[in-house]
Design a protein around this ligand. Structure first.
Ligand SMILES: Cc1cc2nc3c(=O)[nH]c(=O)nc-3n(C[C@H](O)[C@H](O)[C@H](O)COP(=O)(O)OP(=O)(O)OC[C@H]3O[C@@H](n4cnc5c(N)ncnc54)[C@H](O)[C@@H]3O)c2cc1C
Length: 506
C-alpha cells in the first residue's frame, strides 16, 4: 500500500482504536490530502510545526547549516509550549560542570540509568543518540544566552549528579534565548497558525502542509487555510497530548478530567494523529506519567510540585479519612500516583491526602514561603489545629506521628519500607507545614516512532516517510515505561537538531 492511499490508512487507524480519539479532538480539521493540482499559497524551504525546545533547536540548527527560509508555525498566540513552563532541568553526561565537581559520568552510564527507568521497553539506540549529543544541545542553549545555577543536581533514578537547572528554575530560561536566537538568524515565526494536515506527493512524500491562519485556540474560528509547500521537508515538533482527556482516557480510563494536568493547554496531540493517519507507527501511547507531587489547590505545576519533590523524603503522607499513612512517600511516580488516587471519602469521592512536614525542615526550600503566601500550603502550630482544619481524626493521627517518628529513630519504616536515609533526625513535630496532594498528568511517553535520523517510520512499508521528520514529545518509545526527570530537554533539543541535520543532509 502506498502513502497516498489515505483512505486505506484511515481504516487502519480505526482498527487501532485511534480514530475515535482523533474524531473527538479534531472534528473541524481539514485532513491530509494529495497535493496533485493543489494551488500553493506559499513556498518555503523548511516547515517546522511547534515552537518548543524541539522546534526552536531544529530551526537554529537548520539555519546554521545553511537553510535560508525556515518557518516555525505555532497554533497558540504565544511561543514555547510546554517547554516554556517546564522546570528548566537539563541532564547531560560529560559536562564542564561535572568536570568541575569531579563527577565521573559517561554516555553509557546515562543510557543505563534511563534503560532501568524504562523497565525494559525503552529505545536504546535513541537514548544513546540523545546522550551522545546532549552536551552539544546544552552548548546551543549557552550560546543563545541561557544561564544555569552554578551547581549540579542529582534527580531520582540518576546514578550521578548530571542535571543543570536554569537560574530562573523554568524552561523559559531556555526557550526565550532560543527564540531570540531564531529571530537573530532570520527564522520566520508565525503564531496563531494551526497545522491541519499534510499535502502528499505522488510517491507518498510529504511536500507541504495545510495551515489555518488567524487561529484562536479553543474557539470555533473559520480562519483561512493556506497550502504551504515545503521544498526541503516538514519537521513535526508538536509536543505531547496530556491535555487531551479523551485520548488519555482511551489509554487509561483512570486518567479522567478529575486528574489535573501540568501541561500547557495546547498539548492536545492533533499533529501526532495526523502523522498516524499518514501511516506513522504509534508507540507506547498508554504510558502516560502522572506527577504525584502536584496539588489540587493550584493550576498546573504551580509552587507545590517543587516544594513536595524536595520534602517527600522527610514527610508523612496521610489519608484524611483514617489519619494514617497510605504509601511510601518516595516510591516511584506511578506507585505514589495510584495510591493517592485511591484516597476517597465514604461516598467514593476524591479526598486529596495531605503531606505533613515539620516546618523547620520544609523551610529550607525556597517554595515554602510561596506555598504559604499563596494559600496552597498551610502552617499550623499544633496538631489539634491541623487535624481540625483537614477534618482528620485526631487520635489515629497522633498515633501515626508517634509511630512514624519511631521509624525516623530506627531508620526502618515497618509500614511501607520507605528508605529513611534522608529522614535521619527529621522528626515530625510542631510547627507543621501541610500541602494537599493529587496527581496530575505530566508527560506522554508515547507518540510516533522515529529513528536516529528523526525520520518517521511508515507502518505499512517499514521505511521512512519521505519529507517528514519528527522531534520531541510527539515521538514515542524513547523512554519506555517511565522517563527520568530532566531527560526531556536534551531529547527534544537533540532530536530537533537531528531532524535539521537530516533535512540539510549534514
Ligand atoms: C510543568 C512541566 C515541567 C517540566 N519540567 C521538565 C524539566 O525540568 N526537565 C525536563 O527535561 N522535562 C520537563 N518537562 C517535560 C518537557 O518540558 C516536555 O517534554 C517538553 O517541553 C516538550 O517539548 P516539545 O518541543 O516536544 O513540545 P512543546 O514544548 O510542548 O511544544 C510543542 C508546541 O507545538 C504547538 N502545537 C501543537 N499542535 C499544533 C498544531 N496543530 N499546529 C501548530 N502548533 C501546534 C503547541 O502549542 C506547542 O507550543 C516538564 C513538563 C511540564 C509540563
Amino acid at each position: 500500500m502506498s502513502n497516498v492511499d489515505l483512505l486505506g490508512r484511515r481504516k487502519f487507524i480505526a482498527g487501532l482504536g485511534i480514530a475515535a480519539g482523533a474524531a473527538m479532538v479534531a472534528p473541524a480539521m481539514a485532513v491530509s490530502e494529495k497535493a496533485d493540482g493543489v494551488k500553493w499559497d506559499k513556498e518555503v524551504e523548511i516547515v517546522i510545526i511547534g515552537s518548543g525546545f524541539a522546534g526552536l533547536a531544529a530551526a537554529i540548527e537548520a539555519t546554521k547549516l545553511g537553510a535560508k527560509d525556515v518557518h516555525i508555525f505555532e497554533k497558540m498566540s504565544y511561543f514555547g509550549g510546554n517547554s516554556a513552563i517546564n522546570g528548566g532541568l537539563f541532564a547531560a553526561p560529560g559536562t564542564p560542570m561535572q568536570k568541575k565537581e569531579g563527577v565521573e559520568d559517561s554516555v553509557e552510564r546515562m543510557v543505563n540509568d534511563q534503560l532501568a527507568s524504562g523497565r525494559g521497553i525503552a529505545d536504546e539506540a535513541l537514548l544513546r543518540h540523545v546522550a551522545s549529543h546532549a552536551v552539544e544541545a546544552l552548548q546551543m542553549t549557552l550560546d543563545a544566552g541561557s544561564e544555569y545555577h552554578p551547581y549540579l543536581q542529582q534527580l531520582g533514578g540518576h546514578s550521578v549528579a548530571r542535571t543543570y537547572q536554569t537560574t530562573v528554575s523554568c524552561g523559559a530560561g531556555i526557550t526565550q534565548p532560543l527564540y531570540k536566537e531564531c529571530k537573530r538568524v532570520g527564522v520566520n515565526t508565525h503564531n496563531r497558525s494551526k497545522f491541519e494536515g499534510f499535502l502528499v506527493g505522488s510517491k507518498g512524500e510529504v511536500v507541504g502542509v495545510k495551515m489555518r491562519t488567524n487561529y484562536h485556540f479553543g474557539e470555533d474560528q473559520p480562519g483561512k487555510v493556506l497550502n504551504i509547500r515545503a521544498k526541503k521537508g516538514v519537521i513535526m515538533a508538536t509536543g505531547g497530548f496530556a491535555q487531551n482527556v479523551d485520548l488519555r482516557m482511551a489509554q487509561d480510563p483512570t486518567l479522567n478530567a478529575e486528574v489535573g494536568c501540568t501541561n500547557a493547554p495546547g498539548a492536545t496531540g492533533e499533529g501526532m494523529f495526523e502523522m498516524f493517519r499518514l501511516g506513522a507507527i504509534p508507540v507506547h501511547l498508554a504510558h502516560i506519567q502522572s506527577g504525584p507531587w502536584a496539588s489540587p489547590d493550584e493550576g498546573g505545576f504551580g509552587y507545590v510540585s517543587n516544594y513536595s519533590i524536595y520534602n517527600f523524603p522527610h514527610s508523612m503522607a496521610i489519608h484524611r479519612l483514617t489519619g494514617k499513612r497510605f504509601m511510601d512517600e518516595i516510591a516511584d511516580r506511578k506507585t505514589r500516583a495510584d495510591a493517592e488516587l485511591s484516597c476517597r471519602n465514604e461516598k467514593g469521592e476524591a479526598l486529596p491526602p495531605i503531606l505533613i512536614t515539620s516546618y523547620k525542615d520544609s523551610k529550607n526550600h525556597p517554595n515554602t514561603k510561596k506555598v504559604i503566601k499563596y494559600n496552597v500550603g498551610w502552617k499550623f502550630d499544633t496538631i489539634e489545629e491541623l487535624a481540625k482544619h483537614f477534618d482528620v481524626p485526631l487520635k489515629p493521627l497522633k498515633a501515626q506521628i508517634e509511630e512514624y517518628n519511631s521509624y525516623v529513630k530506627s531508620g526502618v519504616d515497618k509500614q511501607f519500607g520507605k528508605n529513611m536515609t534522608k529522614a535521619k533526625d527529621k522528626y515530625i513535630e510542631a510547627p507543621f507545614t501541610v500541602v494537599r496532594l493529587w496527581p496530575k498528568v505530566h508527560y506522554c511517553q508515547g507518540g510516533v516512532q522515529v529513528n536516529v535520523k528523526a525520520e518517521v517510520k511508515d507502518s505499512f512499508t517499514g521505511k521512512s516517510i519521505p519529507g517528514l521528520y519528527a522531534a520531541g514529545e510527539v515521538c514515542g518509545g524513547i523512554h519506555g515505561v517511565s522517563r527520568l526527570g530532566s531527560c526531556s530537554i536534551p531529547e527534544c533539543m537533540v532530536m530537533g537538531m537531528t531532524a535539521a541535520r537530516s533535512i540539510m543532509k549534514a
